[in-house]
Structure formats: C-alpha cells, structure tokens
Design a protein around this ligand. Structure first.
Ligand SMILES: [Zn+2]
Ligand SMILES: [Zn+2]
Length: 342
C-alpha cells in the first residue's frame, strides 16, 4: 500500500485544508524529498487571499529544504539522505526565453505540487545538494534569495556605489545583504524601527525611518546631495516607486521588485528619467544559476538568513502563519515539517 503523507491544500481563497494523500510515485529521472522546512512567500498569501488567479485546489509553498528519501533509476549522482533544496518551477529549456538567459520567464513552465506537505517530488535537474553541516532552516531561504540575487544582478552594482533598499521585510533584508556583498553602501528604509534595527545589525550602513523622516530628503543628505546609484523597492506600493525614483543619482537604476495588486500605475516625471539617464527596471523569479549562487551564499555565511525567522510553526498552523504574514507581523514565517533530523 502506498505511504500516506499530510499535505495542506488551498481549496479556495481563504480556505486551507489538511489532506492525507499518497506519497508521490517518482519517475526514473526524479527525486523524492522529505521536507524539513518550508517558508511562506508573499505569493502564497496573494493566492490565499484570492488576489492572484491560479487554479485551485493546490498545495502552495515553494521555499523548502529537505532530505532525499528516494531517487529514480536514472539518478546516479544523489544518495539517499543527501540534504537538498528543490526548485518547484520546471522550465522547458527550449523556448525563446530559456534560450536567451531568461529561463525565469520560461514560456512553458510546469509548477510542481508545493512545499506545504511532508514530501515533494522534483526532476533531478531542479535539485541542488546542500553542503553537509549547513542548517536546513537556512537553506530553505534559497528560493527567495535566488530571486533577490537576480534582482540585484539587474541593477549592475559596482563596488562603492550607494543602494537604497525600500522596505526591509524578509525580502528587503536579503536585498540589503546581497548589495553589501556586491560592495555597495546600503541605506535601508522602512516604517518599522525593529526592521531597520535588524537591517543595521546585518550590515546596512544607514537606516531611514520614513514614518519620522522624508525619505527623499534623508537619502539626499546621506549621499551629499547626489542621490542613490541604485534602489530596490521591495514593498508593493506604486507611490513609493515614484518617490524612490526622485532619490536616484544621475545614471541611477531602480528595480520594482514587488508585484503590486490591485494594479496601480506609477507616476514618474519623464524628464527625470530623460535628463538623469535613469533606468527603471523590474525582476521576478529566478534562474537555476541564481538558485545555485544563492545556495552558495547561504552555505558560506555571506548572507545571514536565520535571524530573519520570526515564527517557526508546525505545518498544521499554515492558516495562522498566513494570517501573521497578512498582518505584517514579524519577518519570515517558516514551518518545521520534518526538521533538521528529517
Ligand atoms: Zn516566492
Ligand atoms: Zn522555457
């Protein structure tokens, strides 16, 4: 008889249901992973709140680390018991975008059943082994860090430049650290003082509490009137994008990193873009290269992720976890599924 696993299903917007399902039967090129930790992404919250149109019911969750428990007959390079992270989006590898270094925008992606379950199955190519000894809790940040890594790459930072990170929630905290790793001077902006204090502790050079100070004026002051060379807006707010653009230096780049729902057009003076030669950019998702690099940065300790975990809950508290994220309480909400010991 097939082994049974617990899995948390988003049945319809606002409704989460625990279901017992058979553990996946894997194909010859696949890997079965027993999930150790699984984090909440704002994307999960948007689906749960009905703000994102995806087919339901489904198992959400795409930020995991776990342990290999079974490999297909063609998989020769992975042993049972290996700690791994898995990428839940399978790219086709042959479309125009996949062929042009934009596999994150694959035209024919397959979305695997998600990580709010005891097990997940992946093709071998979507599995990244974790260096032994690295905490699985930390490795579960690989997927969000991969998207952040891509977001920083498009900004083409040079050492010594100043980058502003607007919004230092879990994602903004990662942006600030990756920008530091690129050699930038980082200014973190948020309304919540605790988040700013943490950003400072994790390496930000300056912090601006925008509930007390005018953000644009503060950035100007911190850059001797020149403005920031790069900025990432990690908050879903169109007015903040427009405002941040005013704080850019000549040649400045701005990455709109958060999806904004409902759609709210931005308003930026075109002369600002024209005369200051600004670049307004966006980035979303990640490639397997970003995944690989993100995991390396976690493994070698360049990016400190565990201080970002504010809540570690059992998987059956998924609904509670989503409510915590919805209220912007704490930082990263993570579920302990099998834990470090598997
Ligand atoms: Zn995500
Ligand atoms: Zn493709």
């Amino acid at each position: 008889m097939a082994k049974i696993m617990n899995s948390m299903w988003c049945v319809e917007p606002g409704v989460i249901e625990m279901r017992e399902k058979p553990v996946y039967q894997i194909g010859p090129k696949d890997v079965l992973v027993k999930i150790a930790y699984s984090g909440i992404c704002p994307w999960d919250l948007r689906v749960y709140l009905g703000k994102k149109n995806v087919p339901l019911p489904r198992i959400l969750g795409h930020e995991i680390a776990g342990i290999v428990t079974e490999v297909g007959s063609d998989v020769k390079d992975l042993e049972i018991g290996t700690p791994v992270v898995g990428d839940f989006i399978v790219k086709c590898g042959v479309c125009k975008n996949c062929r042009n270094e934009r596999e994150n925008k694959c035209l024919n992606p397959t979305f695997l059943p998600g990580g709010y379950a005891e097990y997940a199955a992946f093709p071998r190519k979507n599995i990244h082994p974790i260096k032994p000894g690295v905490s699985l809790k930390a490795a579960a940040f690989t997927e969000p860090l991969a998207t952040v890594f891509r977001g920083q790459t498009v900004l083409r930072l040079k050492p010594g430049e100043t980058e502003v990170v607007v919004g230092v929630g879990p994602i903004g905290q990662l942006h600030a650290q990756v920008a530091k790793a690129y050699g930038a001077r980082v200014i973190a902006v948020d309304l919540i003082q605790e988040r700013l204090d943490l950003a400072k502790k994790l390496g930000a050079d300056a912090i601006v509490n925008s509930s007390q100070h005018d953000m644009v004026a503060a950035i100007e002051e911190l850059t001797d009137g020149k403005g920031a060379d790069a900025a990432v807006v990690a908050v879903p707010s169109s007015p903040l994008v427009s405002e941040t653009a005013k704080a850019l230096a000549i040649g400045g780049r701005l990455n709109i990193f958060a999806g904004i729902y409902p759609v709210d057009p931005i308003s930026i003076d075109p002369n600002l873009i024209h005369y200051k030669e600004l670049n307004i950019l966006g980035s979303a998702d990640s490639t397997s290269t970003d995944f690989y690099k993100a995991l390396k940065m976690i493994e070698d300790g360049t990016i400190k992720v565990e201080p970002l975990i504010s809540h570690l809950l059992p998987l059956n508290k998924l609904q509670e976890g989503l409510d915590i994220v919805a209220k912007c309480q704490g930082l990263k909400v993570m579920f302990e599924v099998g834990g470090e010991e598997g």
